[in-house]
Design a protein around this ligand. Structure first.
Ligand code: CP
Length: 295
């Protein structure tokens, strides 16, 4: 028995509640033992996602096999689909993948007899980060119904936004975005966004929860911003703006100091950043257990 998690858009409320239940159980110390072999195929850099998945696998008794940047045969021209078929033929039970490209169309992968868990594909999806963000928000606010959530930063390149925004809407939150117009999708209707703010000060005033996301310069095709200094002054979480927050702020990491946030606010009381990291382990245990167990 196995399931895939490639996009949060494949999750319905029932499944979301089931994964949340597992997350809470693992957070409270539930122990489970699974059998199986898991490939961690990380063709893009990662600290949090890779190590929390690896630790989650080991806590669940799963054997892990790591393939990093420069080590996979996709770099010799093999398609990702053929890599999946190869790992399936080798008898792997699960492939956790982070890749610099978008899996599109991804429905064909759902037919495969190996569980596929997306740890980030290009600008498309990072579903377990979306789960971390809504579960961390739920832990802090108890309900997301009517909660005003604003994403600030590089929205157009953000798989964190694409994954989390869908889940926040599913649980009844209201959504805003804020950033340079060059980094906001021209059509926000698929995401259910109510407000696109040009001013971060207005966004902060509106929101109950602010989520800063990183400028993904590695994906920039052109100069979308004038300079990092001017971006920080216009959109960053400065010490002054921190004082004006109505509630908590989150950031999925990695943080670029003095681009996204001032170093002095990163671990202050209104920050959920380390909570997101801690919860990452339990989200990934829950996801693996949901994907690979008969339950
Ligand atoms: N949030 C996140 O995906 O971080 P890493 O790139 O360190 O895994």
């Amino acid at each position: 028995m196995f399931r895939h998690l490639i996009s949060t858009r494949d999750l319905d409320l029932k499944t979301l509640h089931a994964i949340r239940g597992l997350y809470l159980d693992f957070k409270e110390g539930r122990k489970e033992e699974l059998k199986g072999d898991v490939t961690l195929l990380f063709l893009e850099s990662s600290t949090r996602t890779r190590l929390s998945f690896e630790k989650a696998c080991r806590l669940l008794g799963l054997r892990t096999y790591y393939v990093g940047r420069g080590e996979g045969s996709t770099e010799k021209g093999e398609s990702f689909y053929d890599t999946v078929k190869t790992l399936e033929a080798l008898g792997f039970d699960c492939i956790i993948f982070r890749v610099p490209f978008v899996l599109f169309p991804y429905d064909r992968y759902k037919e495969e007899f190996v569980s596929l868990i997306n740890a980030g594909d290009g600008t498309h999806q990072h579903p377990t980060q979306g789960l971390i963000d809504i579960f961390t928000a739920l832990d802090a606010y108890k309900t997301l119904e009517g909660l005003k959530v604003v994403y600030v930063g590089d929205i157009i390149h953000s798989r964190v936004f694409r994954s989390g925004s869908y889940l926040f809407k599913l649980l009844g939150a209201r959504l805003g975005v804020c950033g340079p117009r060059t980094l906001i999708p021209s059509d926000l209707s698929p995401f259910g966004v109510e407000h696109a703010f040009d001013s971060v000060d207005e966004a902060i005033e509106w929101a109950d929860l602010c989520i800063w996301i990183r400028l993904q310069e590695e994906r920039f095709q052109e100069n979308y911003i004038t300079s990092k200094e001017s971006y920080f002054m216009q959109f960053g979480l400065t010490k002054e703006r921190y004082e004006k927050l109505n509630g908590y702020f989150m950031h999925p990491g990695p943080v670029n100091l003095y681009v996204d946030l001032d170093a002095e606010v990163l671990y202050k009381d209104k920050s959920l950043v380390l909570q997101q990291v801690k919860n990452g382990l339990y989200v990934r245990m829950a996801t693996l257990y949901w994907a690979l167990s008969d339950g």
